[in-house]
Design a protein around this ligand. Structure first.
Ligand SMILES: [Zn+2]
Ligand SMILES: [Zn+2]
Length: 266
């Protein structure tokens, strides 16, 4: 039986695709080092869930997102015992049918995301894609969509960064979930208006900022469209993308984000 890592909340994680045969021998030639504690990962760690990137101790310490007590459509905290539906924020309409988050934005994970996005360390997408997949496998929702659409960047930002982080994450996510790469539709949604980065705006402006930023550029496949993004703050970018997709005729739109900030309002 494959070794597993059990998280504090009882969720059991296993390696999505442990090395076997030739890969196993190849792996022995290259020593792997944990991205968290720099410990050398030996033969015994080969089947661990985050091998060859992280040891299980570091994996356990990550800020895993707990969906308990949070709205399944927007991720906002719900008051205990409240039965009625969440308002999804007061000043806007909410278009996502479901939202899943892997982690809370912080700690080591935040450092890796910053190095990946702004430090040009694209190789971190292998680690982040594995963690993304493990977090969603723990929530048992890895198969509920018909196409995967990474949140696009505006051409200007794509040129300056050189890659779209959400596309890279979506690619590694599919590989780790062992789903077919044809599910990925990176050109379906286009960013037609450049927006100020959400992190540079105060909260009320963040809510309005991405309105009309997107356009649908390909015919929509039937079924559920799944949006993928790296970091969610207020959710207004995802909400604007979902609105555009629904206006173009999408039946259901859900989203997976690698991590989200936990503040609701400032
Ligand atoms: Zn470690
Ligand atoms: Zn809600």
């Amino acid at each position: 039986m494959a070794p597993s890592c059990i998280l504090e909340n009882g969720i059991k994680l296993e390696h999505p695709n442990p090395p076997s045969g030739f890969r196993w021998w190849l792996q022995q030639m290259i020593s792997s080092v944990c991205h968290g504690c720099r410990k050398i990962l030996g033969v015994k760690a080969f089947d661990d869930p985050a091998f060859p990137f992280l040891c299980t101790e570091c994996l356990k310490q990550l800020p895993w997102f707990d969906p308990e007590g949070r709205c399944s459509r927007c991720g906002m905290e719900q008051e205990t015992g409240m039965q009625k539906a969440c308002g999804h924020g007061v000043s806007r309409q909410w278009h996502l049918d479901q939202l899943r988050c892997g982690f809370v934005y912080g700690g080591m994970l935040q450092d890796w995301i910053l190095a990946f996005k702004f430090g040009g360390r694209q190789s971190l997408s292998f680690l982040l894609g594995r963690l993304f997949a493990l977090s969603l496998m723990g929530q048992k929702t890895e198969n509920d969509y018909d196409c995967m659409v990474p949140i696009p960047l505006h051409n200007k930002r794509l040129k300056s960064r050189g890659f779209n982080q959400s596309l890279l994450l979506a690619h590694h996510l599919l590989r780790n979930l062992k789903r077919h790469s044809s599910l990925l539709k990176p050109r379906l949604l286009r960013r037609v208006r450049a927006t100020t980065p959400q992190t540079e705006l105060p909260y009320p402006e963040r809510l309005k900022n991405p309105d009309d930023a997107f356009a649908v550029k390909e015919s929509l496949p039937k079924g559920e469209v799944l949006l993928v993004d790296d970091v969610m703050t207020t959710g207004s970018t995802l909400n604007a993308a979902a609105r555009t997709l629904k206006e173009a005729g999408a039946e259901r739109v859900s989203a997976w984000v690698l991590c989200r900030t936990l503040f609701e309002k400032t």
